[in-house]
Design a binder for this molecule. Structure first.
Ligand SMILES: Cc1cc2nc3c(=O)[nH]c(=O)nc-3n(C[C@H](O)[C@H](O)[C@H](O)COP(=O)(O)OP(=O)(O)OC[C@H]3O[C@@H](n4cnc5c(N)ncnc54)[C@H](O)[C@@H]3O)c2cc1C
Length: 359
């Protein structure tokens, strides 16, 4: 008997110790059929699709205290609200139109190129653009070979050089930058050839001109109550070793909470996943880790500039072909003209777009 009570005491003290070392054991597990991790555009649209099918057994976990992620950080400037994270759309716009957003077809080719002296060199830029585009089309056979695993991947700069394109002047550089670096937010020599493969389809672009009173996801937001949207929940671990998936949130052990679900959708950005702050149990397979590590993050930043008066033309984009050698050619070469009839006439605002290396 004395031995039994000794064992009993040992079990009790072990359990006490375990709950001290693992405070999460004390936390009530929250269950849902679906967990959506992240309330950015991806997570909110997933919720929108579930709600459209009357599926409500889901919880969204978002680390910050607001929804929208990179998409909805709006900026008030000069009396105008800008939504820099979701200005342009390409592909199928029916969905956005059904939701009532104003869209304006946008022409990236409506550009004007000026040199350091302010001279209009757009005709020369158009000629070089034609040459670049022909070389780009010629790289498609290389890209197809990569997609079919018949040849190793190469970077875009190498592929373009193989097809006869080499930037030899500031004008060539700005034309090249506009097509590749600007569009991707990453330098072409650092990007896979496959990155622009399908771009040869030349999709139409649209600019979102009317967000209504709120952002792109106000329809979803209205349907999300506190049961479905948990803000301030930083996900630290995803454990799929059991029958169900267990997701742990909390910055410190004492804050840990556990959520259990049948299905989990992770919408965190590549940057978040590359930081390695999220633990996967079991670890992600090697092929997935390879893909995560492989892709590089680009930089896109917009700088809003308001002038006393409008001194530029009605072109949609104004590009600067600078021959200065003391600046990286990525710096300040593109200005989006928002002082247009169907945008913000009279605003005297240009948006300088920066991509490539972080300035
Ligand atoms: C300046 C700028 C301009 C852009 N312009 C356009 C454009 O014109 N057109 C276009 O289509 N796209 C544009 N984009 C890109 C577009 O905004 C993004 O692709 C899109 O918003 C990404 O949505 P997402 O849901 O995939 O990721 P995110 O918006 O990053 O959402 C992920 C969410 O997960 C949360 N999260 C991250 N880690 C954790 C964690 N551990 N625990 C809990 N929550 C976490 C984040 O807080 C975030 O809310 C632009 C982006 C920027 C920055």
């Amino acid at each position: 008997m004395a031995g039994h009570s000794h064992i009993k005491m040992w079990i009790i003290s072990t359990l006490l110790l375990m709950s001290f070392v693992h405070p999460s054991l004390a936390n009530v597990k929250k269950e849902a059929k679906y967990l959506i991790l992240g309330a950015g555009a991806g997570g909110l649209h997933a919720a929108r699709l579930l709600l459209a099918q009357n599926i409500t057994d889901f919880i969204i976990l978002e680390g910050t205290n607001q929804i929208g992620g990179r998409s909805e950080r709006s900026v008030d400037f000069g009396g105008i609200t800008f939504n820099p994270g979701d200005m342009f759309v390409y592909g199928n716009i029916d969905y956005l139109q059904r939701l009532g957003f104003g869209l304006q077809k946008y022409d990236f080719a409506f550009w004007e190129v000026r040199n350091d002296q302010g001279e209009d060199i757009t005709p020369e830029a158009n000629t070089q653009d034609g040459i670049l585009y022909a070389a780009k089309e010629a790289t498609n056979d290389l890209a197809e070979g990569v997609v079919k695993h018949e040849r190793p991947d190469i970077d875009q700069k190498t592929a373009m050089a193989m097809k006869g394109w080499l930037a030899k002047s500031p004008l060539d550089e700005i034309v090249q930058w506009y097509y590749f670096d600007f569009d991707q937010g990453i330098q072409m020599k650092r990007e896979s050839l496959v990155g622009t493969y399908r771009q040869s389809l030349q999709p139409d672009y649209y600019l979102i001109t009317d967000y209504g009173d709120s952002g792109l996801f106000s329809d979803v937001e209205q349907q999300l109550d506190e049961d479905h949207l948990h803000l301030g929940e930083v996900v630290v671990k995803i454990d799929q070793s059991g029958d169900k998936v267990t997701v742990t949130t909390g910055n410190t052990p004492s804050e840990e909470e556990e959520y259990v679900a049948d299905y989990v959708l992770v919408t965190f950005s590549l940057g978040v996943l590359q930081q390695g702050e999220l633990t996967f149990i079991p670890p992600l397979p090697e092929w997935k880790t390879e893909q995560l590590c492989r892709y590089q993050r680009g930089t896109i930043e917009g700088v809003l500039l308001r002038f006393a008066s409008k001194f530029w033309s009605d072109a949609e984009w104004i590009l600067h072909a600078s021959d200065r050698q003391d600046v990286d050619y990525h710096h300040y070469p593109a200005f989006l003209n928002v002082d247009r009839e169907w945008m913000h006439p009279g605003s005297n605002i240009l948006v300088a777009i920066l991509t490539g290396k972080k300035p």
